[in-house]
Write a protein that binds this ligand. Structure first.
Ligand code: DAH
Length: 351
């Protein structure tokens, strides 16, 4: 016989949900005593079977009720304990405002992304460690091409197949191979060349642009860069000139200069009698499109690449590139930006 009172006693004393679960299996499960009793019903005479079944069901129900009510109790005390533990002391003083600053290079990347997103460009990225193929060959720069020597490449293996990307241009290839035209992207990122002095660092930042569609022309390139440069330097008037140049991955190719003047040794961008080179650009070479599985008979477009650090130096009057990478907190405190002041075209880029 099942000692109902004893069972219920045990249930009501269960200390936690796990213990209760174990008791449930023990008292009501397949191998429980009550289940054995149920199995015996078949061998009883009909009258006796009815009364016995009714009393067994009654017992079963009582046990179930006890389990459910203990479960609710345990649940309640668990919640109470949690509330007690997670109590927030609203009388504590507010946390001090963090005094970290946004690095000018990050600020400039955010500014440039905001400017280009206004005219429909989205941001793409690629890895710093690249294949020689994406960095050079696919960009129409075969092995013996002199342009390769100018890049002072850091190779990562003896066969010169893996390298630290020397420019952000390989992301053009990656982006085109992983999607279908049209493409309208900018690519900010780190780039590397074995070079170091006041105006060169072994790691620096570039921004690539790529716009491929059915009827994109050099006129679009010019309009796009004119818009960008004025927005970036936050001036209404700005002289800009395209100088014919050569890049293996564009045809025709150009370098873009902006006008400036010197005032008390400071560069004032906009107008003046001096020119400063800020980027390279051109119409994407048909071979590059072919290598990226885009049909050059149907699609064409422009690309450009610029040095982000250089633009940051120009805009914010920083005259030594190396200071960007020295991690000097005093410098960052002076040249850095408020983390909560995210640049947008509407609210002003840099204020
Ligand atoms: N990748 C070139 C460099 O690092 C810059 C460049 C020039 C990028 C022309 C372009 C381009 O996309 O069209 O010197």
């Amino acid at each position: 016989m099942v000692d109902l009172r004893e069972l219920i006693q045990k249930v009501l004393q269960a200390k936690n949900k796990l213990e209760l679960q174990n008791l449930k299996t023990q008292f009501l499960g397949k191998n429980s005593q009550i289940n054995q009793e149920f199995k015996k019903l078949g061998s009883l005479a009909e009258d006796e079977r009815k009364t016995r079944a009714a009393s067994l069901n009654n017992e079963k129900q009582k046990i179930t009720e006890a389990i459910n009510s203990r479960f609710k109790e345990l649940e309640k005390s668990e919640i109470n304990q949690k509330l007690q533990k997670d109590k927030v002391d609203v009388t504590l003083p507010a946390r001090e405002r963090p005094n970290g600053k946004i690095h000018p290079v990050s600020q400039v990347i955010d500014e440039i992304s905001s400017i280009f997103s206004e005219i429909g460009f989205s941001v793409a990225e690629g890895p710093d460690v690249e294949t020689e193929y994406n960095n050079f060959t696919a960009l129409n720069t075969p092995e013996d091409h002199p342009a390769r020597d100018m890049h002072d490449t850091f190779y990562l293996d003896g066969n010169k197949k893996i390298l630290l990307r020397t420019h952000t241009s390989p992301v053009q290839i990656r982006a085109m191979l992983s999607g279908k035209p049209p493409f309208k992207i900018i690519v900010p990122g780190r780039t590397y060349r074995c070079d170091s002095d006041q105006t060169h660092a072994p790691m620096f930042h570039q921004l690539e642009g790529l716009h491929i569609d059915k009827d994109i022309t050099m006129g679009h390139l010019k309009g796009c860069l004119d818009y960008f440069v004025k927005e970036f330097f936050e001036v209404k008037k700005l002289q800009m000139r395209f100088r014919p140049s050569h890049f293996p991955f564009t045809e025709p190719s150009a370098e873009v200069d902006i006008g400036y003047r010197l005032e008390n040794g400071r560069i004032i961008v906009g107008e003046g009698d001096k020119w400063l080179e800020i980027l390279g650009c051109g119409m994407v070479h048909p071979n590059v499109l072919k290598n990226a599985k885009v049909d050059p008979k149907k699609f064409q477009g422009f690309a450009f690449g610029m040095g982000i650090d250089r633009l940051a130096m120009l805009k914010y009057g920083i005259n030594d590139l190396r200071s960007f990478f020295e991690a000097d907190y005093r410098w960052l405190n002076y040249f850095g930006f408020d983390p909560l002041d995210v640049p947008t075209n509407y609210r002003g880029l840099s204020r």
